[in-house]
Ligand binder design. Structure first.
Ligand code: SF4
Ligand code: SF4
Length: 105
């Protein structure tokens, strides 16, 4: 178990780390990315069968015509501070968060 966790005034609080995003329901709106200060997740392109083609970085975001749609992927989960901002803005409720006291050290 990790912790204890406290705010600046010493009050206890429990970080809720982003652990996964359901790629079948994510609409790739980018709201979570915009509110996250830690670059925990990024947009990726997927093809017709749902296979990930690669990160959308402005280089070849059409993936040579293979792109079906974009989804958000948790590719740097270790950077998350568990603030919960991403969960509050997600319109599809497709994120999974894990309480810090449930994460192995
Ligand atoms: S919980 Fe906070 S730090 Fe973690 S991914 Fe969401 S917005 Fe970023
Ligand atoms: S806010 Fe939700 S629906 Fe929008 S990109 Fe993030 S995880 Fe996907």
């Amino acid at each position: 178990m990790m912790g204890p966790f406290v705010t600046r005034d010493g009050s206890g609080w429990m970080p809720e780390y982003l652990s996964a995003i359901d790629g079948t329901t994510c609409i790739g709106c980018g709201r979570c990315f915009k509110v996250c200060s830690r670059e925990v997740m990024h947009l990726y392109g997927i093809d017709d069968s749902g296979e990930i083609l690669g990160i959308c970085d402005g280089q070849d975001d059409d993936f040579d015509g293979e792109l079906n749609r974009m989804i958000m992927v948790v590719d740097h989960g270790g950077r998350c501070i568990g603030c919960g901002a991403c969960a509050r803005v997600c319109p599809k409720n497709c994120q999974t968060h894990v309480a810090a006291d449930k994460v192995a050290a």
